[in-house]
Design a protein around this ligand. Structure first.
Ligand code: ATP
Length: 329
C-alpha cells in the first residue's frame, strides 16, 4: 500500500549521498544536482522586522537537509511560508517557489500537502484530547468520506476508510505506537509524541517531510530510535528537511546543512564545514550577545558551548593531522 515504506532508495548508500553532495558549491543559495524544492525571493516582514529574506534556496532530493540558525533567525517563519501557512510580504514582488516541478506560490496549505510536501506539527491541546488512532485518521489526505461529493457513495467511503485505517495501523506499528492506539495522545511521553507527529505526517504519503525540532523534549532513551526512524525515511527515498537546535543531531544525521541568520541564508555545506564557517560562528555569537535572553537562553548557551567545543576539537584534530603529515614528509 505504501510505496515509500517498502522500497529502498539509492540514497540509503552513504557513498551515493556523498557523491550527490560532493559537487555542490559551498555557497548560500547554491545550485543542487536534483532539487526537489526551489525557492526565490521570499520575504516576510513583521512590522519593522524582516523575519525572512531568502534570495534563492534549493533543497536536494532524497537526502536529509538540516536548517539551523540562532533563535529568531527565521527558520519557523520560512517553514510556514513555503508550506502555505503564512504568506510572504514579497508576494507582489516576485516571490515564488516550486516543489517537485510544481509551482506552489499561490496555493493553500492543503494544496502544498497534496503536492507531497508535509510538515509536522506539535500536538495541540485539542489533538491531545483525541486518541492516537483518531490523530492518525485526521492526518490522512483524500478522506473522500468527508467530501460532500463522495460522502453519499457508501461503498467508496467504506473502502477508503478501511484503507486509511490500515495505513494508520501500519505506521503506528512501525513507530512502536500500535499498543497505544486507543490512548489519548496527551498521555504519551515527549518522544512518543514526536513519533506520533511523524506518523501523522506520513499518512498523506509525502515526498518530503519537514520536521520542526524533532528532538525537542525527547528523552535520551528514545533519541536513537527517533534518529533511526528519520534516517530510514531517507533510506526509503523520502526527502527530509528539519529545523533543529541540537547540534549533535544535526551532525549525526544531516547530509547537508543550511544556516539562516537574520532571515537570510548565510552558509551551506556539510555539517562540519558550516560549523567551522566563521560567518556561522559569528552569527551564533552575535545572536547570543544581542538577543534579549528569555527562556531559550539555556538552550542557546548549551548549543553554543557544544559548537565551540566541537569546532575546537576538530581544529585540534586537523592540526594534529597536519603535524603528522608534515613529520612524515
Ligand atoms: P527559534 O529558533 O527561536 O524558533 P526561528 O529561527 O524559528 O527562531 P522565527 O520564529 O521564524 O525564528 O522568527 C523570526 C523573527 O520573526 C523573530 O524576530 C520573531 O520575533 C519574528 N516573528 C515571528 N513570527 C512573528 C509574528 N507572528 N509577529 C511578529 N513577529 C514575528
Amino acid at each position: 500500500m505504501s510505496e515509500q515504506t517498502t522500497t529502498s532508495s539509492s540514497m540509503a548508500d552513504p557513498q551515493a549521498r556523498l557523491a550527490a553532495t560532493s559537487g555542490i558549491e559551498r555557497v548560500p543559495g547554491s545550485t543542487k544536482p536534483d532539487p526537489i524544492l526551489e525557492v526565490d525571493n521570499i520575504v516576510r516582514n513583521f512590522g519593522g522586522i524582516t523575519a525572512v529574506d531568502v534570495g534563492h534556496l534549493e533543497v536536494q532530493r532524497g537526502i536529509i537537509t538540516a536548517l539551523i540558525g540562532p533563535n529568531g533567525a527565521g527558520k519557523t517563519t520560512f517553514f510556514n511560508l513555503i508550506t502555505g501557512f503564512d504568506k510572504p510580504t514579497s508576494a507582489k514582488s516576485g516571490a515564488h517557489w516550486s516543489f517537485d516541478g510544481r509551482k506552489l506560490d499561490k496555493t493553500s496549505a492543503s494544496s502544498v500537502a497534496l503536492a507531497g510536501m508535509v510538515r509536522t506539527f506539535q500536538l495541540t491541546k485539542a489533538l491531545n484530547r483525541m486518541t492516537v488512532m483518531d490523530n492518525m485518521m485526521l492526518g490522512a489526505r483524500d478522506q473522500k468520506g468527508e467530501n460532500l461529493l463522495f460522502g453519499p457513495i457508501w461503498a467508496s467511503w467504506r473502502k477508503q476508510e478501511r484503507e486509511i485505517e490500515e495505513r494508520a495501523k501500519e505506521l503506528l506499528d512501525r513507530f512502536q505506537l500500535l499498543e497505544k492506539k486507543d490512548d489519548y495522545a496527551g498521555s504519551l511521553s515527549g518522544g512518543q509524541r514526536k513519533l506520533l507527529e511523524m506518523a501523522r505526517a506520513l499518512m498523506s504519503h509525502p515526498k518530503m517531510i519537514m520536521l520542526d525540532e524533532p528532538m525537542a523534549g525527547v528523552n535520551p532513551a528514545l533519541t536513537q530510535s527517533l534518529l533511526g526512524h528519520i534516517q530510514s525515511l531517507r533510506d526509503e527515498g523520502m526527502t527530509v528537511l528539519f529545523v533543529e537546535h541540537d547540534m549533535h543531531m544535526v551532525r549525526h544525521i544531516s547530509d547537508w546543512v543550511v544556516v539562516m541568520a537574520e532571515g537570510k541564508i548565510i552558509s551551506e555545506g556539510r555539517a562540519d564545514e558550516v560549523m567551522a564557517d566563521q560567518a556561522v560562528i559569528d552569527a551564533y555569537l552575535g545572536a547570543h550577545h544581542d538577543t534579549d535572553l528569555g527562556d531559550d537562553a539555556l538552550l542557546e548557551d548549551e548549543a553554543m558551548d557544544r559548537i565551540a567545543h566541537e569546532v575546537a576539537a576538530e581544529k585540534a584534530e586537523r592540526d594534529e593531522q597536519a603535524k603528522n603529515e608534515g613529520a612524515g614528509t
